[in-house]
Design a protein. Structure first.
Length: 68
């Protein structure tokens, strides 16, 4: 999953829960700018931020390692 796909999935989940970016950012303790950048694939994904957003949206973060 690339950054754009990840962002789209997070945005879809947020909308499914009827949360605004402000509400989600508050729940994740991040700025709305960072959330917006993440949802639009512009933010480099830091694990702590991704984990906080996923937690705010009731999602789990799992890692999958793929061989080259």
């Amino acid at each position: 999953m690339d950054a754009a796909q990840l962002g789209a999935a997070l945005r879809a989940r947020r909308r499914e829960l009827a949360l605004t970016q402000i509400e989600t950012a508050d729940l994740a303790d991040i700025s709305t700018r960072v959330l917006s950048d993440l949802e639009n694939g512009r933010e480099t994904v830091r694990l702590d931020i991704l984990s906080a957003v996923a937690n705010a949206l009731g999602l789990a973060v799992t890692l999958e390692v793929q061989a080259p």
